[in-house]
Every structure is written in C-alpha cells, then in structure tokens.
Design a protein around this ligand. Structure first.
Ligand code: N2P
Length: 368
C-alpha cells in the first residue's frame, strides 16, 4: 500500500509542468480518470510541456469503480477510459458522453480502421470514443511453481483456476482473482461452455457453483492494481487478471532478479477480448483540453511509448514499428491472428441482469 502511495506521489510530482506555456483560461487544467498502471508518465509530462495544460490524474482499477464514480454524476473528469463493453456502450446509450469533435482530432485517422469497425457495435459511427489500448483477460502464473505442484496439468487453460482439484493443489502457493464481476464472470461462463453474456438463471447458477467450488482455495479477491503489485513480488502462483498487467508484473519481477518466473496465459478455451476507449463525459468542465489530450495520445510515437511502458497493444498501426521489438513480438501483447480467433467479446446487459451478477459476485466473495 505504502509503495503504491509513494508511486502515486512520485508520479504526481513528475506530472507537474516544468515551464508552463500560457494557455487560455478554460484550457489550463485537464482532469483525467484512467486505469492504474496504464500510461507512460513521460507522455503526460510531454503533453503538459507542449500545451501548458496542467493534468490532474486519478486512477481506478475496476469497471465497477469507474461506473460508481460516474453514476453519481458531476464527476468533474474531462477524459475517462471506459471499456467498450459494457461500460462505454452503456454511457453512449445514456447520453453521458460528449460526441467527439473530429475537427479537433486531426490524428483520428491514425487509428486502425478494422479495429474501429469492431468497436462500432458499441458506438455507432464511432462518435464518442477513440481506441486507447486493448487486451485480454487471462491468468498470470508462476509456471515453475505450478509445474512442481501439478506436473500434468495444462498450463494454458483456465482449468488451473476453475477445476477444484487443481485449485486445491495450488491454494498453498496462492490464488487470486480480480474483484470484478464484469470482467471475470464472462470467462467463467465461457469456460463452462455457456454464453458469456448469458442472463439465464441456470447459466448463472452454474457459474456460481463453479466459483463457490474453488472459493476455499482462493486467497484473495482484490482490485486488479493490487494483483499487479502482488504478482510482481511472487505472492500468487495463479491470478486471474488483465493481460498487460501480468506482463508488467513480469517485467518488474525480471528486473528484481529474485527468481520469480511469471507468465501470462491466454486461456486456450477462449479469452475475453476488450477495448478501452478515450471518451469525454457530457458534463466535462474542459472539453477543449480533453480533445487536445486525446489528439496528443493518438500520435504514433506517443502511443508507442505508452505500449512500451504498459505492455498493452494500441490501435495505431504506425506506432507498431516504433514499439520495442521484445514488446511488439510478444504474442501476449500483440496477439497473433490465431490467438485473436480464440477470443470472445461481451455486450452490456440490462441493469436487472447486472444486479443479479453482482449479487452472485458478492456471494462468491463471502464464500456462501
Ligand atoms: C490497467 C488495466 C486496464 C485493462 N492496469 C482493463 N480494461
């Protein structure tokens, strides 16, 4: 926790502009609400230097937290980073986002047209969001430890977490699951061979049964940001979380040279693929600065720096050659076409269905 606070403080200090260039009064500040461990601090610094806009940067680490903050209204944020489904599409439909002014986004066309078409199902005409980064949901594992405890188990499957006989063997070594019904339940349903978007009572019951069966063996159900930190120090042998978070943890562990061997597993039975969007709340106090920031991020060299820092792929093809070779060629960062073919995407559900899922999730957390 202390390390986290320190990191946030250092980050905040680094974000203060050295020599602010004068800006128009209404543009002097920008309030950004992004996922934790999800930007290159140098990018924010450069934006501040180039524009004179002072960035106030807050972080969240689950969609539930983001939605909670936004549903209260008047969040005060200018740029937010909701996942295309379910959060961004819900915000679009609720009229909670400002349509982007493309005239203020000359770098818009740097985005991959195919990926833009893919997220259009969440936002007809791509009117409210640019693609920031994308990734999958899977497992971070300490392959050597898992091998030791389960010599014959497949290392590339959600079985490691969801088969009670495996989870039981791995329990002593530590199992964690990110605390997000929204981002965990679809994978559980998919693993069960059911529709990841199912709202059917029998399907949800099956998912609950599967989760309760492993519950005694799960040490922690915690925010994704905490999982990243703990994976890096070897606290868990198996953790369900976002792809790039595992790869960031691996980079930290490799650097620390304590013999912690981390690996990201994109589950062979199919992984949830998601896209995070850059969007402007309808009541954003600084929409002008928000457009400048989004346009700034859509530059190939800026995006390449972000991908290098956080190990998630971006949607700017011209950025790819600028990304470090080791990152660019890691199929867990930039999935191969075969890996992409083994992914699935989710859709937003009715508020009633979301409530049923969150009740299920609370029972899983409580273990009953
Ligand atoms: C960053 C996690 C972002 C991915 N730490 C979730 N969409």
């Amino acid at each position: 926790m202390l390390r986290r606070l320190l990191a946030v403080a250092l980050c905040a200090a680094a974000l203060l502009p050295a020599e602010p260039v004068p800006a128009r009064a209404e543009e002097a500040v920008l309030n950004v609400y992004n996922w934790s461990d999800y930007i290159d601090p140098a990018a924010v610094e450069r934006f501040q230097k180039e524009t004179g806009v002072q960035v106030r940067y807050d972080v969240f680490d689950s969609l539930e937290t983001l939605e909670g903050k936004l549903s209260a209204g008047h969040s005060g944020y200018d740029v937010i980073v909701p996942t295309s489904e379910p959060t961004f599409s819900r915000l679009v439909r609720a009229g909670a986002l400002k349509p982007l002014d493309r005239a203020k986004l000359p770098n818009w066309s740097n985005q991959d047209a195919t990926l833009l078409r893919q997220v259009e199902s969440s936002d007809p005409g791509n009117r409210h969001g640019a693609i920031y980064l994308y990734g999958t949901v899977g497992l971070g594992i300490r392959a050597d430890k898992v091998r030791e405890l389960l010599p014959n188990a497949p290392l590339d499957s959600l079985d490691l977490l969801l088969k009670p006989e495996y989870a039981k063997r791995l329990a002593a070594c530590g199992i964690a699951v990110m605390d997000s019904a929204t981002d965990v339940l679809p994978s559980v349903l998919h693993w069960l061979g059911r529709d990841a978007d199912s709202t059917d009572g029998a399907d949800l019951q099956a998912a609950e049964k599967a989760l309760l069966a492993i519950r005694p063996h799960v040490r922690a159900i915690i925010a994704s940001g905490n999982i990243l930190d703990a994976l890096a120090t070897g606290e868990y042998c198996v953790a369900m979380t976002y792809s790039g978070d595992v790869i960031q943890a691996k980079a930290r562990a490799d650097e620390a040279k304590q013999g912690i061997q981390l690996r990201y597993v994109q589950p062979k039975e199919g992984a949830q693929l998601w896209f995070d969007m850059l969007a402007i709340p309808a009541d954003a106090p600084h929409p002008e600065a928000a457009h400048r920031f989004i346009n700034f991020l859509l530059q190939p060299e800026v995006m390449a720096g972000i991908t290098n820092a956080v190990h998630y792929p971006n949607a700017i093809p011209a950025a790819t050659p600028l990304v470090e070779e080791a990152v660019r060629e890691d199929p867990n960062v930039y999935p191969t076409p075969e890996m992409l073919a083994r992914t699935f995407t989710v859709r937003a559900l009715s508020p009633q269905a979301e409530r049923a899922r969150s009740r299920l999730w609370n029972r899983f957390k409580a273990g009953r």
